[in-house]
Write a protein that binds this ligand. Structure first.
Ligand SMILES: [Zn+2]
Length: 220
């Protein structure tokens, strides 16, 4: 079956985990623009060369560059049967351009899954996250704490909180996400292709709900 799946949701919604899992079980590629740009940069492709200095400055890669990369990626044979896009499109303009690319590649409308998680839960998931300064192991002080506070179970390394995971920064990231993607989810909702999944449950439960949505959409 040929189908374009798009998973959207705020940071910490768990969409990446689900996207990987669903892609694997459907034998289609799991796509994220972050990975695509990292690949392009490491392969030294033309787009990679253009994107590299922008990424190094920590700036957002402009839409036209993003769309060129997406178009190139979707033209590869492994995407012929479908794919799972993880966290893309992020802007209304990207969504519109993606529709045109999908049409040109013989896809119908995408099925878009919006992972809905309460702000309280997202804050707990994200700001509870501490990372080992030695081995990079990730803990959550609420849900998966280390045996000894502040110390890694594996290598005894000191746990640190990344700047991105500090509560004030997390709140800002969530507000920015909401502001940026609201037009995108509205766009898909108007087209009747948006499904919402409760991302606040455990990984297994979310996966089950997701499969029900995917199967339902297959039948209709
Ligand atoms: Zn460690």
């Amino acid at each position: 079956m040929k189908r374009a799946l798009i998973f959207l949701g705020p940071p910490g919604a768990g969409k990446g985990t689900q996207a990987k899992q669903i892609a694997q079980s459907c034998s289609v590629p799991h796509l994220s623009t972050g990975d695509m740009f990292r690949d392009a940069v490491s392969q030294g492709s033309e787009l990679g060369k253009l994107a590299k200095p922008i990424m190094e400055r920590g700036e957002l890669v402009p839409d036209d560059l993003v769309m060129k990369l997406v178009k190139e990626r979707l033209s590869r044979p492994d995407c012929d049967r479908g794919f799972v896009f993880d966290g893309f499109p992020r802007t209304l303009e990207q969504a519109r351009q993606l529709d045109r690319i999908l049409e040109s590649r013989g896809f119908g409308k995408p099925l878009v899954i919006d992972f809905d998680v309460s702000e309280q839960k997202l804050l707990r998931r994200l700001s509870g996250r501490w990372t080992c300064s030695v081995g990079g192991e990730i803990y959550n002080i609420y849900d998966a704490p280390p045996k000894r506070p502040g110390i890694c179970d594996v290598d005894g390394g000191k746990l640190v909180q990344r700047a991105d995971d500090q509560p004030e920064v997390v709140k800002e990231r969530l507000v920015a996400y909401e502001r940026q993607t609201k037009p995108v989810t509205d766009y898909y909702r108007r087209q009747g292709v948006l499904e919402t999944v409760d991302g606040g449950a455990g990984v297994e439960e979310v996966n089950r709900a997701l499969r029900e949505v995917l199967n339902g959409a297959k039948r209709s």
